[in-house]
Structure formats: structure tokens, C-alpha cells
Design a protein around this ligand. Structure first.
Ligand code: ADP
Length: 389
């Protein structure tokens, strides 16, 4: 009897044991699956977050570089790689290995000792001029230990170019103003020193003074026009303009100049109306025709004509039969103060701004301007303008 009871109790214990194990296993496997899912979800989220981070970093205009504690590249974005023309995968390399730029490696030393460096500017070696500015800082953990370094690169090239242009412009303007001013001062002093007692000499000197004050006046007028055009302050007053009529008006204005050099002015334009600002267009034609007379041949011919383009625009031209412009200067003549022959331009009272003004006005009308030349045979300036149907 006791034995049978013992057997039944033992069987019950064994059954209880197996039931409990089975239950524990299923609970454990449920828990494990949950844990697996949780870890997978976390991994997925972190992969997703990393991908998102990469997308954000790659869409930045600034170059971004993250270095680890050993100064090895941990992450670089697209802008950084393209600044330095580097392949996409740079992970694990040092700055010197990846860029061969010891200057940046030295900068890293500075960042590590000073914690951060702002506004460090440097020029990239190579043919085309490229300037970058770096802001860099050490990344520390909660214990204050250095974990790595972050460097952000800004492209300064455009800013540097503008800065240089501005400096050149100021230097050129000062030079252009100083030349007539010192001439005026010199002749005034000579007159005061006694030259005024000789009427012939006095007359000659006063004429030189007058010519140079005119030059100053032209220069200031041109500077004001350029400044208004470049700042966008000058608004165009677009109206239908009768082109051959306007050209005749400009011819009349330049008549004496042309006659003095025995230059024949020819208007080949047929009846055409265009949509333009008449005063500004007058300025364009005056500058081009004035140049054609000034730099053209004595007893030569200057022609104004037009071709209608398939685009609906009108291509106007001013052609002379003078000595021409060398090929390498054909684009540069539109730059402010660029002259092929400086002495000749100054002697003719040129400001060096005429063609820069022409370019601005034509572009403001939605057109283009360019020049073609055959050395020894002549130059033709072309520009396009919209027509009125
Ligand atoms: P400038 O006041 O010196 O005439 P522009 O801007 O009008 O200034 O012209 C720039 C330079 O282009 C001139 O100095 C001259 O060397 C050259 N140039 C312009 N037009 C002609 C032309 N028709 N033939 C030859 N050279 C020209």
C-alpha cells in the first residue's frame, strides 16, 4: 500500500517536473523571441538612423569630417570628399594618408591643445584657386576625455574672388582718379609759379587742365553708372524703340568726332522696333561707336547693322576696319578697367569702363554681347536684344 502510494507520488512529481520544464521553456522561448525582436528592432532603428544621418550629412554644403581618438577618419560627407576630390571611402585613414596635407595635420594638433579652432583659412594646392575655412572642435565624453575631433569646412572661394575683385577695383579707381588729379595739380602749380604771364603757355596749360577735369567727370559718371547697374538699383524703362532712328541720333552726337578722323558712319538698319530702355540703349550704341571711331582706322568706315535670329531675338553689330583686338583680349575687354593698349586708351580719354557698362546693360535686357576680330582688318561687336512682334 505504502509502496503504491510512493509510486503515485513519484509519478506525480515527475509529471509536475516535465510540466514545469515545458512551461519554463515556452516562457523562456517567448522571452527570447521578444528579446531577439527587440534587438533586431534596435539594430534596424540604428541602421535607419545611420542612413538618415548620412543623408543629412551628404546634403550639407559644408564639408564634414569626424576623426576618432587616434586621428583616424570615422566619417566624411560628400561635400568634404568633393572639396578634396577624394573617393567615398576614407574610413580608417589619417588626414595625411587621405589628403597629403600636413597643414591640416598641424591644425589638428592645435585643436587638441586649444579644444577648438574657429575661422582657420587655407588655400588648396592645385591649379584652380580654391579657398576653404575650417571650424574644428574636440569631441569629449561625459568624463571629459577626448573621443575625437569634428571639422567643418566652408568653401570660401567665391568670397575670396569677390574680395580680390573689390581690392583691384578700389586700386584701379584710385589710380584712375590720381592720374588726372596730379596732372591738374602740376599744371595749376606751374601756372601759379609764373606760366600764367605767358598767354600762349597759359592757354595750352588751361586746355590740359580742362581735358583732365573732363576725364575725371567721365570717370565719375561711369563709376556711378556701373555701381547703379551692379547693385540692381537701375531699373529699365522698357518701351518700343525705333532702332534706325536711335542710331541716327547717336551718329549725330558723334558726328564731329567721326569727322575729325575722317571716319564714315554707315547705318545699315532696316525699319525695326525693339523693346528696350532707349536711354540705356543709346549708352550702349554710343560706347560701341565711340570706341569704333577712337580705336578704328583714320579715314575708315564704321557700320551698324542687324541680323534677325531664329530665336526671335535681334543680333545687332557695330563693325570697324581698324587694327583689331588680339584673340586673347577679346573676352577681357568687357572687364572693368581692362585695356589692350593702356596709353592709347588714356590718351583718347577712355575710362576703361565703357564695355563693362555695355555688357551690364545688354545683360539687363536679357541679351548677350561678344566681339570678333581679325587683326589688321577690324573688329565687330555683336549684341542681342528682344524684338517686338
Ligand atoms: P576705354 O575707355 O579704354 O575705351 P572700354 O571698356 O570702352 O574702355 O574698352 C576697353 C578696351 O577695349 C579699350 O581700351 C581698347 O583697348 C579695346 N577696344 C574697344 N573697342 C575697340 C575697337 N573697336 N577696336 C580696337 N580695340 C578696342
Amino acid at each position: 500500500m505504502w509502496f503504491s502510494l510512493f509510486i503515485v507520488a513519484l509519478a506525480a512529481l515527475v509529471a509536475l517536473h516535465f510540466w514545469w520544464r515545458a512551461k519554463f521553456r515556452s516562457q523562456h522561448s517567448e522571452q527570447t523571441t521578444e528579446l531577439d525582436n527587440f534587438q533586431r528592432r534596435q539594430q534596424e532603428t540604428s541602421v535607419e538612423a545611420k542612413a538618415q544621418q548620412q543623408v543629412i550629412f551628404n546634403s550639407m554644403l559644408e564639408g564634414l569630417l569626424l576623426l576618432d581618438r587616434q586621428r583616424k577618419i570615422y566619417l566624411s560627407n560628400r561635400a568634404f570628399n568633393s572639396f578634396f576630390n577624394l573617393p567615398n571611402e576614407l574610413r580608417g585613414k589619417t588626414i595625411v594618408e587621405a589628403l597629403r596635407l600636413h597643414e591640416l595635420d598641424d591644425l589638428l594638433g592645435r585643436v587638441e591643445s586649444e579644444q577648438q579652432v574657429f575661422g582657420y583659412e587655407f588655400k588648396l594646392p592645385g591649379f584652380s584657386e580654391r579657398w576653404l575655412q575650417v571650424n574644428a572642435a574636440v569631441i569629449t565624453n561625459s568624463a571629459g576625455e577626448r573621443e575625437g575631433t569634428i571639422l567643418v569646412f566652408h568653401d570660401l572661394t567665391r568670397l575670396k574672388q569677390l574680395e580680390r575683385q573689390r581690392e583691384e577695383f578700389v586700386a584701379n579707381v584710385s589710380h584712375e582718379l590720381r592720374t588726372p588729379l596730379s596732372l591738374i595739380k602740376g599744371y595749376v602749380e606751374t601756372l601759379l609759379d609764373g606760366a600764367r604771364d605767358n598767354p600762349e603757355v597759359a592757354e595750352r596749360f588751361l586746355k590740359i587742365i580742362e581735358r583732365n577735369t573732363d576725364r575725371l567727370d567721365f570717370l565719375i559718371q561711369d563709376l556711378l553708372t556701373i555701381s547703379a547697374l551692379e547693385s540692381g538699383r537701375m531699373k529699365l524703362d522698357l518701351q518700343p524703340v525705333n532702332l534706325p532712328g536711335l542710331v541716327e541720333k547717336v551718329f549725330a552726337h558723334l558726328h564731329t568726332k567721326a569727322e575729325n578722323k575722317n571716319v564714315q558712319l554707315v547705318n545699315e538698319l532696316s525699319e525695326t522696333t525693339i523693346q528696350a530702355d532707349a536711354n540705356r540703349l543709346d549708352q550702349v550704341l554710343t560706347n560701341l561707336l565711340d570706341n569704333a571711331i577712337k580705336y578704328g582706322r583714320a579715314s575708315g568706315q564704321v557700320v551698324v547693322g542687324a541680323n534677325r535670329l531664329t530665336t526671335g531675338k535681334l543680333e545687332l553689330f557695330v563693325r570697324d576696319d581698324g587694327p583689331g583686338i588680339p584673340a586673347e583680349a577679346l573676352e577681357r575687354v568687357f572687364e572693368r578697367f581692362y585695356r589692350v593698349d593702356k596709353a592709347r586708351s588714356r590718351e583718347q580719354g577712355g575710362t576703361g569702363l565703357g564695355l563693362a557698362i555695355v555688357k551690364h546693360i545688354v545683360q539687363a535686357h536679357g541679351g548677350e554681347v561678344w566681339a570678333k576680330s581679325d587683326l589688321g582688318k577690324g573688329t565687330t561687336f555683336f549684341f542681342t536684344l528682344p524684338t517686338v512682334e
